[in-house]
Design a protein around this ligand. Sequence first.
Ligand code: NCD
Length: 310
Amino acid sequence: MDFKNRDVISIKDFSKEEIIYVINYAKKMMPYAKGEKHIDILKGKILSTLFFEPSTRTRLSFESAMNRLGGRVIGFADPNATSQKKGESLADTIRMADSYSDVIVIRHPQEGAARLSTEFAESPVLNAGDGAGHHPTQCLLDLFTIVTEKKKIKGDKIVLLGDLKYGRTVHSLAYALSLLGAELSFVSPESLKMPKEIINECKEQGPEPSSTSNLEKAVKDADVLYVTRIQRERFPDAEEYNRVVGTYKVDINLLKYAKEDLIIMHPLPRVVEIDPEVDKTPHALYFKQAFNGVPVRMALLSLILGDRQL
Ligand code: NCD
């Protein structure tokens, strides 16, 4: 298994075995991610975080991961405070980050921006979300969370709910879950259905996903309910957003239909789609899921950059 200096642009670039390897390695990182034990296997290395779009968890957990491994971080969270504002091209910004650091994490509103960045960087590039495209590191932490809680993925009944058209987390996750043999069910407003190409890719990898608009029915025998935010910033038309926001809501009422051990996940930020009352129930896993970004990103950074491993 060779991860050294690899770009991480799409989860499709990984084989099933590689995904499982990263998940298992992330388990070993847990005590280090929590700060209970200490390591410095990335001492002397620098990560740059180039965030052209808002982020809380992805950026901070990458920073935490790099710091926990003994490395250092430079970067920006607001492109308006960079030379982009003066008209600099993405290519030139990437060239500079490449010369100042050993690995680049980029989030950008345009699909394909991360892949394009690899052409201007010698250092590995990690895609932290490209428009409605991919979000491979989120996908790995989502898979890690399911495996940790459910012990397996094959045969699990997993419902993906919400904005399946623009949500990049569900685009990556649907593919990976199919590859790992989960039974998928898609629930979304009619106008925000999972894109056909992704459904086709899922079918090629594993069991055929089903689609429904009936959330109660889908939740009834689900093992995992993965909820997403309606991606307001991707709507060409504000009117359309207003029409669909609030179509589905996960609340205590809905949980009456759920199995006792259903877990509810969400990449966060949540807006209105999960009632805060749900947070107190044993179903709510989203905050733990967000923490899992640290051990998973530690595992990836260490595999890509480290001269030695744990
Ligand atoms: C997601 C994203 O940016 O795609 N957030 C995240 O990385 N945890 C989901 C979202 O913004 O809705």
